[in-house]
Design a protein around this ligand. Sequence first.
Ligand code: 5GP
Ligand code: MG
Length: 193
Amino acid sequence: MSCRRDAGVYNRGMEQDIDRTLYTREQIDRRVTELGAQIADTYRGVSADLVIVPVLTGSIIFVADLIRHLPFKMRIGLMTVSRYRGATTEGGATQILRDLTVDIKDRHVLVVDDILDTGNTLRTVSEQLRERGPASLRLCTLLRKPSKAPKDLVADFVGFDIEDVFVVGYGLDFNDHYRNWPDLSVLRPELYE
Ligand code: 5GP
Ligand code: MG
């Protein structure tokens, strides 16, 4: 990404809220390029039947970057899922707020999410999609918290394993803000209180 770290207008109002950065935009860019190559290898030959299912809203920036590394035709089917209200990562039940409009029967499905935390979101989504008879179903997540992710829920493609902290930026929000912050960062603790 070409924006400069010191681009004042761009970062105004967010920079002072950031405590520390786990991965910079350059590190993210490199990792997303690698993931794209790995995914391209996996689906080479079957790509005409590939449907990417981004779990909205947190995956918007990740998926936009990722799919531009896939050098073949593919479809996108959007799904909006909500689980968390605000900062707490101990949310309620996963709700599907908007379902797919793309047919996935006999097609290869790759679900793309921002973060695998307790796994409830990806479990709900994959159970629902599996009932519709896809040719295959794989999961891709930019971030994973290994200390919390259940062992039986395997993500096929993972960007970064992180400690159990609440992350914002690169699509991830806190109270619907900071999605446009270009790095993966942690906010100052007092903001979460
Ligand atoms: P899970 O259902 O795996 O517990 O949580 C997955 C969803 O919770 C993610 O898609 C994301 O929307 C939200 N979430 C979990 N951890 C974080 C975090 O550290 N930061 C943000 N912004 N959202 C998170
Ligand atoms: Mg999400």
